[in-house]
Write a protein that binds this ligand. Sequence first.
Ligand SMILES: Cc1cc2nc3c(=O)[nH]c(=O)nc-3n(C[C@H](O)[C@H](O)[C@H](O)COP(=O)(O)OP(=O)(O)OC[C@H]3O[C@@H](n4cnc5c(N)ncnc54)[C@H](O)[C@@H]3O)c2cc1C
Length: 467
Amino acid sequence: MDVSALKRDLDGLKLDDNPAIVQQKSRDFYWYSPVLKQQLDHVTGDLIVTPKTEAELIRVLAACHRHGVPVTPRGSGTGNYGQAMPLSGGVVLNLAEMNEIKSVAPGRVVTGPGAVLADIDKATRAHSGQELRLSPSTYNTASIGGFIAGGSGGVGSINFGGLRDFGNVLRLRVVTMEAEPKALELTGEDLHKVTHAYGTNGIITEVEMPLTAAYDWVDVIVGFDAFMDAARYGNALACQDGILTKLITPIAAPVPQLYFKRHQKFFREGQSICVVMVAQHGVDAFLAFTRLAGGEVIFNAATATPEEKKGLPPAYELAWNHTTLRALRVDPDITYLQSLYPFPNQLALVEKMDAMFPGEVFSHLEFVRLDGNITCFGLPLVKFTTEARLDEIVRLHEDNGCPIFNPHRYTLEEGGMKQTDAVQLAFKRETDPQGLLNPGKMIAWENPDYDYRSGRTFLFKGLQKAG
Ligand SMILES: Cc1cc2nc3c(=O)[nH]c(=O)nc-3n(C[C@H](O)[C@H](O)[C@H](O)COP(=O)(O)OP(=O)(O)OC[C@H]3O[C@@H](n4cnc5c(N)ncnc54)[C@H](O)[C@@H]3O)c2cc1C
């Protein structure tokens, strides 16, 4: 790999080869996993390139193609499976400066890939009282391109499902990795080739996302003496058709008491909680429902004093992968899993799994709308001992009918969110014939004998038609 020759070809673009900076920008939140931490700690790229326009980006890809240099795209680097880490070195393509918010219209927004989610909402709220349908809990830092290429859903999934669902991404402009890179405009089912593909089959240079009405969201925390009461409450609240919520997150004791440092003053010992974001106009109805359901409101941002609210993070930063982050800050031996409790047996499955690993696995649920039904994902915290035990906990979930999307694997297939198949592979051959985009992340590409018909559950399903 002749990086000096590449640098000469990229003269005039924003480059950085300071080893400390390159290493920093070659990392994401892979260290969430003790397994990935060990496997990926040494990984670093050779050069950071920061294009400001699609024309500059095309210049970078053409030059890298000419020199046979791998390219790993990066938004904000908050992915937590090593998605944005350059396993074969080469260029880390920093998209943070392609962050223009280009247009806003009723129901849609067009932006560059590097636009930060919170900045998009700020612009769409100011323009016409609209906001994105879905955001990861890294709302304040993550880029829209990184969310589409590396994320799955999050805050808002209780109403709209996930990024895998038709209609939650409207259009993507994607540049290919060829001698003369092409810009493709993808819509409809073609979008599924690129969502959650870790940038292995094209660089997203423009996104068009659907918008929904923006409301003032009120953070509320409801307390329960038993975790299953919090879980049943979360399920029942999610099924209330008239109460508009954006987040419903039951979390088992002692997670809140041990790890939610800034909120600790609100929790009683042994209390499990449900963290909720509810639209301001729905607060009265929500409080009435909660009272009847036997929940105790222990924090309500609408009525809390400025003193009580001082220094508190927003509710969504207690939820989704932020729950794990807060635990890791206190106890570095904590890790986590990602599970699905399939409808209609979600509560029975939650109860069974919650009882199976006392003192070792702590339940954390996220209620979502999935294929038209209310159910929940789990992001349980796990007290890590050995990799073998972690694998056993995974197996026990799967044996009991709870699919695991394994966050301790860096390939698309082993992670289990995205199913690759012949259609995906054909698209990769078309867009990246030399296999230079984020190498090492798609097993189907690396190993021609790989059998992708595993029969397991994938969140982002394959594209091949059945039969
Ligand atoms: C504390 C915490 C909370 C999180 N909460 C959630 C959550 O609620 N929901 C969720 O889905 N995820 C969550 N995540 C994972 C991650 O934050 C999200 O996936 C996030 O949206 C990634 O955005 P990013 O800009 O940081 O992407 P990066 O980490 O920079 O990139 C993610 C992937 O996309 C690729 N990529 C980036 N930009 C492009 C582009 N323009 N074209 C092609 N490929 C590209 C990268 O190569 C990488 O494979 C969380 C992570 C952390 C650490």
